[in-house]
Design a protein around this ligand. Structure first.
Ligand SMILES: [Zn+2]
Length: 235
């Protein structure tokens, strides 16, 4: 819309009531919009799982959005959990189908791992992923060629929370505290310590004027979200 006319609050209310104006009600948005001096990318790998609902609840309760790098086998097994990720305002990426060491696989196997995951996520309502995180962060020219075939941007991380390696909640909070604008942190869907860290991660980011953003497929860096949380998202 160009040259948007200024509307009084009453007019906005009237239009909204009439159904001619769709407002995204997001209680966390105004406060965040005033204090976002930069964006960081929170990422959670290996879902969706039975841990996903609690993770989504913690993220939304704390006004955070994240990128979920799902395994295709779990997206296929638990499609409703993929849909729940999207409905909670998360972004969904591809983390291979069965989590192999891709650099030890044939190009045909890499292609299958990536393409089946694209299909499983899309079939679950997660959209067609634009971001790919190779398992273990292991990549090579063959992996990159297959990523390119599917229009995927490879996303590793700037900060490793070490949640996969037994890091304490304190250590995970401290890792998030090292993020600078544009950077991405590695965490996992299944980590109870990362789940427990979420409120303090949110507080730490807010204290530094940082907000949780999306990862740009163009640059691979965290940027402002281009779309609001879907209305009706569980909170
Ligand atoms: Zn993984």
């Amino acid at each position: 819309m160009k040259a948007t006319p200024r509307l009084s609050p009453l007019a906005v209310a009237a239009l909204a009531t009439a159904g001619t104006l769709t407002l995204t009600v997001d209680a966390a948005a105004p406060a965040q919009a005033a204090t976002c001096n930069g964006y960081v990318g929170l990422t959670f790998d290996d879902g969706p799982s039975s841990s996903t609902p609690a993770l989504l609840n913690a993220l939304t309760q704390n006004g955070l959005r994240a990128t979920m790098f799902n395994q295709g086998q779990y997206a296929a097994a638990y499609p409703a959990r993929v849909k729940a990720q999207v409905d909670a305002g998360m972004w969904v990426g591809n983390h291979s189908y069965t989590h192999p060491h891709l650099t030890q696989q044939s190009q045909a196997t890499i292609d299958s791992e990536i393409s089946r995951t694209q299909q499983a996520v899309a079939a679950a309502g997660g959209g067609t992923p634009k971001l790919f995180r190779p398992p273990y962060g292991e990549t090579n020219s063959t992996v990159k060629a297959v990523e390119a075939k599917y229009g995927l941007t490879e996303i590793l991380w700037n900060v490793d929370s070490q949640d996969w390696n037994g890091a304490s909640t304190d250590a995970i909070v401290a890792a998030a505290g090292r993020l600078t604008s544009g950077q991405v942190i590695l965490m996992h869907d299944w980590s109870a310590n990362s789940l427990a860290a979420i409120p303090r991660i949110a507080q730490g980011l807010a204290a530094r004027g940082l907000c949780a953003g999306m990862i740009s497929p163009q640059t691979g860096r965290a940027v402002a979200p281009t779309a609001a949380v879907p209305t009706g998202a569980a909170r």
